[in-house]
Design a protein around this ligand. Structure first.
Ligand SMILES: Cc1ncc(COP(=O)(O)O)c(C=O)c1O
Length: 415
């Protein structure tokens, strides 16, 4: 067996992704972009046919949703969803401690309090038991995030929401096309909030969409994304401008064509990768609920056991694995109680009262599970890894086996 690539030996493969199985349809995107330009309708306006109105309908149909509204990004979608539900000053919204900062900062931006709870160590998603324990008379909503590779336990969360009369806003920024019991992610809660930012499975540079099943909520969102105009008589909500352009929608239309073809491929590759991880020493896959009937995820994640590798720190393992496979493996976002991009208590606009400033100070929350996952346990690669041809999945087992065999060489060379 060759020496480890990170120590100068030859890698298991120079690039696991030399030939991706995932489609992108960039030529179609280019055609749609020119069509949008030539049409002269560059924005998104209710009742006016455009690339935006076409994609809005197609995204609703693909997900089996009654309504879809396109917005500027996946942060504004959360903010608009909260405001549409009349959630605001001093209300409480429960969010997971392991997520991108937007999930919580959107709550602060409507002057509500994000109540940050710990996650399930087997899925990385919000822990329903922690949610139930955090409910108070001020709680109005839960924002589960289907993070990286799995979905939150929607059955448990729906039961809690029903019992306590709460809304669920699914943060679906990571799972375009995933399904829970055959229903699309984003159509199970009151709202589903998508991001089309550049790292996501569907990417228009920037962009967002809300799915919802209630017509009144739809017209409220349409008013809110368009400066509070009254498009349906009697329905308007004071607001600013959160509209997407037709150019973004043109790119997304082509990417939806690709997603239709890629969804099953990604699911099959995820399952093959989980099996490859099961066959490797000192690591294990995340728990996959049988209710997660289709998985199209932002990342591929597995769990590392430092003890099994005789104390080899996860950072060294991730580096060694990246070198063996020619793909970057990292960890999760920092937990919100220590995230360098989440510090809402420093902002003048949030100085509603001493009590509010204390309530939104991130360090007040204890998140031991999220912290351990981030620091020691998670090994994560972005979604493009799911383009790896299935017959190459065994290279993951081979690479981890090689690192395991030579773990002492790494322990002696901590770089
Ligand atoms: C889980 C999650 N929620 C929300 C967002 C916000 O989306 P956007 O960047 O489009 O504002 C992102 C991504 O950036 C995200 O990863």
């Amino acid at each position: 067996m060759s020496a480890l690539a990170v120590l100068g030996g030859s890698p298991v493969t120079s690039n696991l992704l030399q030939k991706t199985s995932l489609k992108s349809h960039n030529d179609l995107a280019r055609t749609y972009l020119l069509d949008a330009f030539d049409s002269g309708v560059w924005d998104d306006w209710p009742g006016v046919e455009s690339m935006a109105s076409a994609f809005q309908q197609e995204w609703a149909d693909f997900n089996g949703s009654r309504f879809c509204a396109l917005l500027t990004n996946g942060t504004h979608t959360l903010q608009v969803a909260l405001e549409t539900l009349d959630i605001g000053a001093f209300d409480e919204v429960i969010v997971p401690g392991l997520t991108w900062q937007a999930t919580a900062s959107a709550v602060c931006d409507v002057n509500a309090v994000p109540v940050i709870v710990d996650v399930d160590p087997e899925t990385l998603c919000i822990d329903p038991k922690a949610v139930e324990a955090a409910i108070t008379p001020k709680t109005r909503a839960i924002i589960p995030v289907h993070l990286y590779h799995r979905m939150a336990d929607m059955d448990a969360l729906l039961a809690i929401a029903k019992k306590h009369n709460l809304h669920i806003i699914e943060d679906t920024a990571h799972v375009h096309g995933s399904q829970w019991r055959g229903k699309s992610a984003g159509t199970i809660g009151t709202f589903g909030s998508f991001s089309f930012q550049r790292s996501k499975l569907m990417n228009a540079g920037e962009g967002g969409a809300l799915l919802m099943q209630d017509e009144d909520l739809y017209w409220k969102v349409v008013s809110q994304r368009s400066c509070g105009r009254e498009f349906k008589p009697g329905v308007k909500v004071h607001s600013g401008n959160y509209r997407m352009t037709s150019f973004q929608a043109a790119i997304l239309r082509a990417q939806l064509v690709a997603l239709r073809e890629n969804a099953e491929v990604m699911d099959r590759t995820s399952r093959a990768f989980d099996r490859a991880i099961e066959a490797a020493p000192g690591v294990r896959p995340l728990f996959r609920s049988e209710n997660l009937t289709r998985q199209c995820s932002y990342g591929f994640v597995f769990l590392y056991d430092q003890n099994a590798f005789d104390g080899l720190p996860a950072t060294q393992f991730r580096k060694a694995l990246s070198a063996e496979l020619g793909v970057t493996f990292g960890t999760t976002y920092e937990p919100l109680n220590q995230s360098p991009v989440y510090y809402p208590h420093t902002k003048k606009r949030h100085q509603l009262s001493q009590e509010y400033m204390q309530a939104i100070t991130p360090s007040r929350w204890q998140l031991p599970v999220a912290e351990a996952l981030w620091r020691d346990r998670v090994v994560q690669a972005l979604w493009s890894i799911l383009g790896c041809p299935i017959e190459k999945a065994h290279l993951l087992t081979d690479a981890i086996g090689k690192i395991y065999e030579q773990r002492h060489a790494l322990l002696e060379n901590p770089k």
